[in-house]
Design a binder for this molecule. Structure first.
Ligand SMILES: [Zn+2]
Length: 150
């Protein structure tokens, strides 16, 4: 049973992970931060509105252990429930990226991330409006970030 937080986003989605071992633990972590999950779901709704189609969330909040396992940075906004990784379901990643860039949406960071196998968008709550491209060359190494100019 999952908690539907906003029209399109549930606690299940905002705590999702492909690391099966961490599913329950991460769900509990999200549940313990339900006020922040509410803020994150509302932020995700704003992003969805700009993107204009449903989004498949691949990562939202992450407990410390999960963040370490997926190679997230120690200061990752995912730890605080302030970021989502997603793939738009009906348009290309680059199209969604351009739509967000051109919109008035307030955000902290917008990053096109690529780990060599797949590509997704990372967007976080904030006001910096920093736009980056991140490439993860190997799971042993941290992502390399490149500034993208508007
Ligand atoms: Zn992310």
């Amino acid at each position: 049973m999952s908690i539907q937080i906003t029209q399109h986003f549930s606690l299940d989605e905002l705590t999702t992970t492909d690391r099966v071992k961490f599913k329950d633990k991460n769900y509990q972590y999200g549940l313990s931060k339900i006020t922040q999950m509410n803020i994150l779901a509302h932020f995700a709704e704003q992003v969805r509105l700009v993107v204009g189609c449903p989004m498949k969330i691949t990562s939202g909040i992450r407990c410390e252990e999960l963040n370490a396992v997926v190679g997230g940075s120690k200061t990752s906004q995912h730890l605080k429930g302030e970021a989502i990784d997603f793939i738009p379901t009906k348009i290309k990643i680059k199209t969604a990226f351009d739509k967000i860039k051109k919109s008035n949406l307030e955000f902290g960071q917008l990053i096109i991330e690529n780990d060599g196998k797949s590509e997704w968008l990372h967007i976080s709550i904030g006001h910096k409006k920093q736009i980056l491209r991140a490439i993860k060359l190997s799971h042993q190494l941290d992502s390399m970030y490149f500034q993208m100019f508007k």
